[in-house]
Design a protein around this ligand. Structure first.
Ligand SMILES: [Zn+2]
Ligand SMILES: [Zn+2]
Length: 369
């Protein structure tokens, strides 16, 4: 094993440098992961352009790899060791609080970099912290005793495992938060990796109507949405989406609206409120906006709408996502459109942001290439 680990480090806004870190000495309760695939999502685009703090960070929070080295206690605790392929949650939980006991590591204070300067979250944590290797854009990652890992079934390739995160978000947001199930009617706004994963989750759960919206430049993604189970797709630049949704639903509106757009401002929320059924629909929002001028709160209460926030995934949704991938029921490999090597992190993130490349759905970094 090499003595040095090469990692792509975010050193300033929109800037990446390759740096070397010493190969960590693994304690008895820790392990080392050889990163195979690090998925990139819209959050990376934002964090890359405007880092929340100045410390160097190895980004990459959607990580899959093979355990290269594991201490005795780590193996005992996790039931996994050298040679096992795992999906690693980016939350490193305290394992003591009520959230951790529920498998809701996303809510644990130890994982919350916004409120806790000592938080541990892969892809977000400073590389100045002990062991340094806290992100997936690197040859190796450090796994402490409290890393949250899931075994990747043998039938799932590393490439396919790269979309566990969007798939688990799809299950979490559409099914657990949105309550989509048998005979539900759903509007999914945005046909990116997230919207397409929600489409599969909704289809699998038994939704009777799935409508996916996108823009003119999303033509290929909208076609893919149909392949994955959308009943209707709408190009919001070519036709009025609300008119079309009313036409499709016979004026009834839909049960659930899932906002999977990125940087679309207030528009998807306003459309969602109007597109929901007369009473008691559910709206899942991304909450990228710091404020929402003229928010139609009266319309919201008159329609008795419930708002849910899109916020990561639980242990259970990761397990279900892996099972979904292992089932091969949907051609999910068609989501994995672009891959880049460790030296191309900057380009890979810009591809997700739509600055370079075309027809991008999901981008993976393969640090071994
Ligand atoms: Zn992500
Ligand atoms: Zn906790």
């Amino acid at each position: 094993m090499a003595e040095q680990v090469v990692a792509a480090v975010r050193t300033a806004p929109g800037t990446t440098e390759l740096r070397e870190f010493p190969m960590p000495d693994i304690p008895d309760d820790g392990a080392l992961l050889k990163v195979e695939v690090a998925g990139i999502c819209g959050t990376d685009v934002k964090m890359y352009a405007k880092p929340p703090f100045a410390d160097p960070v190895i980004m990459g929070h959607e990580n899959v790899g093979v355990i290269a080295k594991a201490g005795r206690k780590f193996v005992e605790r996790h039931g996994m060791g050298e040679g096992d392929r795992i999906f690693l949650e980016h939350y490193v939980g305290c394992m003591r609080c009520e959230w951790c006991h529920q498998g809701e590591y996303r809510h644990c204070e130890l994982t919350d970099w916004r409120t806790n300067p000592d938080a541990r979250r892969y892809g977000y944590t400073s590389a100045m912290n002990p062991y340094h290797l806290w992100g997936g854009f690197a040859q190796y990652l450090y796994l402490p005793w409290n890393a949250v890992i899931h075994r990747v079934p043998d039938s799932v390739t590393p490439e396919l495992a790269g979309i566990v995160t969007p798939m688990s978000n799809g299950i979490e947001w559409a099914l657990f938060d949105g309550g989509v199930g048998y005979d539900s009617t759903v509007l999914i706004q945005g046909p990116g990796q997230q919207g397409l994963s929600q489409t599969v989750a909704c289809k699998q759960a038994g939704a009777s109507l799935i409508i996916v919206t996108g823009t003119t430049r999303d033509a290929a993604r909208l076609d893919l949405a149909k392949t994955l189970g959308a009943d209707h797709v709408i190009d919001v630049q070519a036709e009025d989406p609300l008119d079309r949704i009313r036409e499709i639903t016979g004026g009834q509106g839909v049960d659930v609206v899932l906002d999977c757009t990125s940087g679309a401002g207030v528009t998807p929320v306003l459309l969602g409120i109007d597109a929901l059924k007369r009473r008691a629909g559910t709206l899942l929002i991304q909450g990228e906006l710091a404020s929402f001028p003229d928010f139609p709160v009266r319309k919201l209460t008159e329609k008795a709408i419930t708002i849910k926030s899109a916020r990561g995934h639980s242990y259970r949704s990761c397990e279900l996502a892996l099972a979904q991938l292992a089932s091969n029921r949907f051609p999910l490999e068609r989501l994995t459109t672009h891959t880049f090597g460790l030296g191309e992190v900057d380009r890979a993130i810009r591809a997700v942001g739509g600055e370079v490349e075309q027809d991008v759905v999901h981008v993976s970094l393969l640090p071994g290439e």
